[in-house]
Design a protein around this ligand. Structure first.
Ligand code: MSP
Length: 512
C-alpha cells in the first residue's frame, strides 16, 4: 500500500483555536480522508507549538506557568477536532519527550554537518511572529522609524545576545536548484515565485538560539541557550514520523499545508535544515490564504475572531467544512460571512443536492415501493450521465492532488445539476402515468446510482452528511469503512431488487 503523509502547522498555545486554525485542519482532513478512501496508508498529523517567548509571555500575563497554559490549550484543540470530524492519526505536543529527543538530534546533525557556529546576535526580533529582523530589512520595509514588524506591524524588540547561527546562506544554490527541478514543491504558483524571489535576493545566516528566556528546548551541551522556536517547531514533522529512532515509512511528507504567513519558514528554512541534516525534503508545501470575517481582519483587539465552538452553536460542522473549502479557491484570501454561508447552503446543498436525493428516493418509493427494478437499454442521455459521473470520480482525485478543493466541489456540483436536469428531461412522473415501466426503472436506477457515487465523493468533505446520504441509499447505517469499501467500485454496484430507505432531509433549507 502506498503511503501518504499530510500535516497542518502546529498551533501556538498562546491563543484559543479560531477560524484560521480550523481552516487548515479541515483541508488536511479532506486530503487524509480522500487518500484513505483511495486505498493509501495515510498518516495525518496535527498538534500544538508550545515553546517560545510568545507563549512564555502569554502564560506570565495570565499568572500561570507555560506548562499549565500549554496543557489547557492543547486540551481545547483535542476536544475541538472530533466535533469537526477531524481524523488525525497523531497529535503532537512539542513538550513531549519524543520531540525533545528529535530536536536534540536535529541539532547534533546540523552541528556535525558544520552548519552551526556560535556568534553574537545584535538586531531585532518580533515576538508575536517569533521572527528575527535585520535593521536593513526594517528599513527596506519602511518599518524602521516606528520599529515595527514588516509582517504583523507590531513592535519589534532589540536583541543583543550570544547566539548560535545556522549557515543558511550555504544552502541557497541547492535550494534554488531544488525549487527549479521540482515545479510542484511549492504551491500555489504565485507563492513559488515569491519564494524564488526571496531566495534569489540572498540568504543570510539565521540566528537559532536565545539566552534571555528559558521556555524551550536547551541547546545540547550549552544549556544557557534555548533553541529557536521555529527550529523546534518545524522538526515536529519528523518527530511524529519516528525520527530519529525508527525507520520513517511516512517521510518525506506528501504535503505540508500552511498559511501564507509562514511560507518562508516552511519553504526556505525547513528545506535547508533538512538538506544540512541529510534528510529528504517534503514533496510539497502549499500555502493557503487568509480569511477576513464580515469584511474585517480578525483580531483579538477587535474581538471579532471566529471561534469554531461558537460557530457550532449555529451551524452544522459539515456545512462549515463545505463552505470553507467551496467559497474560496485554496491559496487565495477570502471573506467569511454568514450571509454567504446561508446562500451557498441553500443553493448548492439544500436546493441542488438535497433536492436530487429527496425527489429521487421519493419517486422510487411512490412508483416502485422503494425497490430498484431491472433496467432496459440505455439511451444517449443515460450514457451521458454515466460518463459524467465517471469523469467526476477521476476529476476529484486530480484536483485534490493539487489542493484544488473548490474546483473538486464545483465539479461534484455540476454532476448534481446534471442529475436534476436528467429528472426534468426524463419526467419519471409521466413515465409512471404512461405505464412505461422499463424506462421508469432505467431512469430511477440511473438517478440512485448517480447519487450513490456523488455521496462517496462528498464524504471526505462532509463525512457525516455523506454517510447519511449513503445510509438512505443503501438502507443501512453506513460507517467510514463502508464508504472506503464502496469507493473502490464504479458504476453499477447497486442491483435490481435493492431496496432504498425513505428519504429523510439531509439538507433542510435555512431561513435567511
Ligand atoms: N506555531 C506556528 C506554526 C508552526 S508550524 C511548524 C504558527 N502558529 S499559529 O497558531 O500562529 O498559526 C497557525 C496557522 O493559522 C498559520 O498557518 C496561519 O496562516 C493560520 N491563520 C491565522 N489566522 C488566519 C486567518 N485569518 N485565516 C486563515 N488562516 C490563518 O504560526
Amino acid at each position: 500500500m502506498e503511503n501518504y503523509y499530510v500535516t497542518t502547522p502546529i498551533y501556538y498555545v498562546n491563543d484559543e483555536p479560531h477560524l484560521g486554525h480550523l481552516y487548515t485542519t479541515i483541508a488536511a482532513d479532506v486530503l487524509a480522508r480522500f487518500q484513505r478512501m483511495s486505498g493509501r496508508d495515510v498518516f495525518f498529523l496535527t498538534g500544538v507549538d508550545e515553546h517560545g517567548q510568545k507563549v512564555e509571555l502569554a502564560a506570565e500575563k495570565r499568572g500561570i506557568t507555560p506548562v499549565d497554559l500549554a496543557d489547557r490549550v492543547a486540551r481545547r484543540y483535542q476536544d475541538l477536532w472530533p466535533k469537526f470530524s477531524i481524523s488525525n492519526d497523531d497529535f503532537i505536543r512539542t513538550t513531549e519527550d519524543r520531540h525533545k529527543k528529535a530536536v536534540a538530534e536535529m541539532w547534533r546533525r546540523l552541528t556535525a554537518a558544520g552548519a552551526i557556529y556560535k556568534g553574537f546576535y545584535e538586531d531585532w526580533y518580533c515576538i508575536p511572529c517569533e521572527t528575527y529582523w535585520t535593521g536593513t530589512q526594517l528599513k527596506d520595509a519602511g518599518a524602521w522609524e516606528k520599529k515595527i514588524c514588516p509582517d504583523c506591524k507590531r513592535n519589534v524588540d532589540q536583541v543583543k545576545e550570544e547566539s548560535y547561527f545556522f549557515r543558511l546562506g550555504d544552502y541557497q544554490d541547492r535550494l534554488l536548484a531544488h525549487i527549479h527541478d521540482h515545479p510542484d514543491f511549492i504551491g500555489p504558483a504565485s507563492r513559488r515565485n515569491e519564494v524564488l524571489r526571496f531566495v534569489e535576493g540572498g540568504l543570510h545566516d539565521l540566528s537559532i538560539s536565545r539566552t534571555t528566556f528559558s521556555w524551550g528546548i536547551p541547546v545540547p551541551g550549552d544549556v544557557g541557550h534555548v533553541i529557536y522556536v521555529w527550529i523546534d517547531a518545524l522538526t515536529n514533522y519528523l518527530t511524529a514520523a519516528g525520527f530519529p529512532d525508527k525507520k520513517m515509512p511516512y517521510w518525506p511528507a506528501d504535503v505540508h499545508l500552511i498559511g501564507k504567513d509562514i511560507l518562508r519558514f516552511h519553504a526556505v528554512y525547513w528545506p535547508c535544515m533538512l538538506m544540512a541534516a541529510g534528510l529528504p525534503l517534503p514533496r510539497r508545501v502549499f500555502a493557503h490564504g487568509w480569511w477576513t470575517v464580515e469584511g474585517e481582519k480578525m483580531s483579538k483587539s477587535k474581538g471579532n475572531a471566529l471561534h469554531p465552538d461558537e460557530l457550532l452553536n449555529q451551524y452544522d460542522a459539515d456545512v462549515i467544512r463545505y463552505f470553507l473549502l467551496r467559497e474560496v479557491p485554496f491559496g487565495q484570501d477570502g471573506d467569511f460571512s454568514l450571509m454567504a454561508l446561508k446562500q451557498r447552503y441553500n443553493t448548492e446543498l439544500a436546493n441542488d443536492i438535497g433536492n436530487l436525493l429527496n425527489r429521487s428516493l421519493s419517486m422510487l418509493h411512490k412508483y416502485r415501493g422503494g425497490v430498484l427494478g431491472t433496467i432496459g437499454s440505455e439511451e444517449a442521455c443515460d450514457r451521458a450521465l454515466v460518463a459524467d459521473v465517471e469523469a467526476m470520480q477521476r476529476g476529484v482525485g486530480e484536483m485534490l492532488g493539487h489542493q484544488e478543493f473548490h474546483k473538486a466541489l464545483a465539479h461534484i456540483n455540476a454532476i448534481v445539476r446534471h442529475g436534476n436536469r436528467y429528472v426534468e428531461e426524463n419526467t419519471p412522473w409521466v413515465l409512471a402515468r404512461s405505464g412505461d415501466g422499463r424506462r421508469l426503472d432505467t431512469v430511477l436506477y440511473h438517478l440512485i446510482e448517480t447519487l450513490r457515487l456523488i455521496a462517496i465523493q462528498l464524504a471526505p468533505f462532509m463525512p457525516r452528511k455523506g454517510e447519511e446520504m449513503l445510509g438512505q441509499i443503501l438502507n443501512k447505517p453506513v460507517s467510514i469503512e463502508d464508504v472506503t469499501m464502496l469507493a473502490h467500485g464504479g458504476w453499477g454496484l447497486l442491483k435490481a431488487g435493492h431496496e432504498c430507505a425513505r428519504p429523510r432531509p439531509v439538507f433542510p433549507r435555512m431561513e435567511c
